[in-house]
Design a protein around this ligand. Structure first.
Ligand code: AMP
Length: 192
């Protein structure tokens, strides 16, 4: 049973690593970005609302995001643990997640932060934009998403560091190498 978070700036490869961790640890990976994108694609009311923010690189409001996460964490496939990718991104979301977990008498085991410098991230994301055509992957929006990460999400990381459950992994390098670092870091954190 593992309950963990993966946090990293846009382009740090957290989605890719989250899938691999999920396979290896047998826990479900839940990406708020993926849930939003699926809703945008399906043109659901949630998707229509989320799209207004996502296209500009802004955070979807907590009133929408928090409820979506609570509902998702109440589904039955989460019983054996979970890996949350992309949530929480603000300290208010940290407080909300604390409440959800406290309601279920649960706690987080590990918070993994993937690190990479901004210029490398911009370079990677501009490359991804060409491949996937994601509407939030143009340079101005990318820089705004990075700014939000520094302004808001680094405070999230600091909170978990204070709690002693943060482990940092260098996200630069070949994907397999980063996965090896990630799995080692999780093992070490769980043994501690
Ligand atoms: P991601 O795939 O994690 O980069 O997320 C893509 C976009 O979805 C973000 O730029 C936000 O617009 C939105 N999003 C994802 N997770 C959250 C969250 N926890 N809070 C607010 N907005 C989010």
């Amino acid at each position: 049973m593992t309950r963990m978070l993966i946090i990293g700036p846009p382009g740090s490869g957290k989605g890719t690593q989250a899938e691999r961790i999920s396979e290896r640890l047998g826990v479900v990976a839940i990406s708020t970005g993926d849930i939003f994108r699926a809703n945008v694609k399906g043109e659901t009311p949630l998707g229509v609302e989320a799209k207004k923010y996502m296209d500009n690189g802004d955070f979807v409001p907590d009133s929408v995001t928090n409820k979506m996460v609570r509902d998702r964490l109440n589904e039955s496939d989460v019983e054996n643990g979970f890996l949350l990718d992309g949530y929480p991104r603000t300290t208010a979301q940290v407080d909300y997640l604390d409440e959800i977990l406290a309601d279920g008498d649960e706690k987080l085991d590990v918070v993994l932060q993937l690190t990479a410098d901004d210029e490398e991230l911009v370079h990677r994301l501009l490359g991804r934009a060409k491949e996937t055509g994601r509407s939030d992957d143009n340079e101005a929006v990318i820089r705004h998403r990075l700014d939000l990460y520094h302004e808001q999400t680094e405070a999230v990381v600091a909170k978990y560091a204070d709690r002693g459950i943060l482990t940092k992994v260098d996200g630069i390098g070949p994907i397999d190498e980063v996965t090896n670092r990630v799995m080692e870091a999780i093992k070490a954190a769980q043994a501690a």
